[in-house]
Ligand binder design. Structure first.
Ligand SMILES: Cc1cc2nc3c(=O)[nH]c(=O)nc-3n(C[C@H](O)[C@H](O)[C@H](O)COP(=O)(O)O)c2cc1C
Length: 346
């Protein structure tokens, strides 16, 4: 099952494994792609990952609104040429290249309170996403994923406890999802229906402790009707999960699949072994991995060769910190030796 092909919109992924978007902190401070990143994408693609989603790319033309100082930018045409190196290297290995588009919003270097923005400013942000998708297409990416998870701008907008807006972008579930829907419709019109649009969403979209299963169902259905071809299901608490926990969001995914059987999905979070990949694939068409591939980009090759059946990741979450002091990405040391070589050269 893991190695069988499956469609993502009109594309055909060669297997069911997606590298979920993982901010690599390897970008150049001016928002451009570094050689180290190309080495990283090459390593992932060489090791048979069927679909590779980039780390989140900032759609704002202003670098000050990025999530961090190493985040790549897609907010201007000048970035297209550098970004084109990513799909180019991924395509050499017949894998699919998806650009993740994001606005950091409240989590940016300069946090934005979207409740204070005018309707025109919200529309401008919508247009940035659409323009960013057009740039991704021009750069050679096969599709885009809209980041509506992990407390970045769009996830805050779709959270009814955080969205206090009184215009068309807030006040009811129809209005709370309007901005992502307009983004998807805008991209579809601009890039054509053959250019797949994916979304990443949290399974829960209210503050903790509130039963909101109906919300993810409504949002997913609405986005699917607008042209989304795959929903990747995530959550905000993946770093707080018990070390023994696995398949963090599978029960929510199962419910959503039962409600919307025609909507293709991928499950992300707590998938660290061949067994958990197989369990996820009993529910969703794809399964997405982040930390597993961060520490072992050759995880799938090794599984296929029967060399391992579990990731060496110990879920310590130091990958969120190590980049600040070392070029390595993981407590286990330099994952991709070429990265280290490049670092020493620079
Ligand atoms: C270092 C790091 C960077 C991440 N960057 C992103 C990102 O840019 N965009 C995104 O949607 N998720 C990001 N994530 C979240 C992952 O895609 C994934 O949802 C989460 O790690 C749970 O999956 P896992 O258990 O396979 O690690 C990041 C995770 C890690 C560990």
């Amino acid at each position: 099952m893991i190695l069988t092909s499956a469609p993502i919109g009109k594309l055909k992924a060669k297997n069911r494994i997606i590298r979920s978007a993982t901010n690599d902190h390897l970008g150049n401070p001016d928002g451009t792609v570094s050689d180290a990143e190309i080495d990283m994408y090459e390593t992932l693609a060489r090791n048979e990952i069927g679909t590779i989603i980039t780390g989140h790319l900032s759609v704002s033309p202003n670098l000050d609104y990025r999530a961090d100082e190493m985040q790549l930018c897609i907010g201007d045409d000048k970035y297209i040429e550098g970004l084109s190196r990513i799909p180019e290297i991924i395509h050499k290995f017949d894998s699919i290249a998806i650009a993740q588009l994001s606005h950091a919003g409240p989590k940016g270097l300069h946090p934005i309170d979207f409740n204070q923005l005018s309707t025109d400013e919200m529309e401008k942000i919508r247009d940035w996403f659409v323009e960013a998708a057009a740039r991704a297409q021009k750069a050679g990416f096969d599709g885009v994923q809209i980041h509506i998870a992990h407390w970045y701008l769009l996830q805050a907008v779709v959270n009814p406890d955080l969205n206090q807006r009184k215009d068309k972008y807030g006040g009811s579930k129809e209005d709370d999802i309007r901005l992502p829907v307009e983004i998807v419709e805008g991209i579809s019109q601009r890039c054509g229906e053959d250019f797949p649009i994916l979304v990443k969403m949290n399974v829960h979209n209210t503050l903790e402790g509130i039963d909101d299963d109906d919300l993810i169902e409504y949002y997913s259905d609405r986005l699917h009707q607008s042209g989304v071809v795959l929903v990747e299901l995530s959550g905000t608490d993946f770093t707080r999960k018990d070390r023994k926990a696995e398949l963090y969001y599978i029960e929510e995914a199962r419910k959503l699949k039962n409600a919307l059987p025609m909507l293709p999905m991928s499950l992300v979070g707590g998938i660290f072994s061949k067994e958990t990949i197989e369990k996820a694939l009993e529910v969703t068409e794809f399964t997405s991995l982040s930390r597993t591939l961060l520490t072992q980009p050759d995880f799938l090759t090794k599984i296929r060769n029967g060399e391992i059946d579990k990731s060496r990741c110990i879920h310590c979450n130091k990958c969120f910190e190590i980049f600040a002091t070392k070029y390595e990405r993981c407590v286990f040391g330099p994952v991709i030796h070429k990265l280290e070589e490049n670092f020493q050269k620079n």
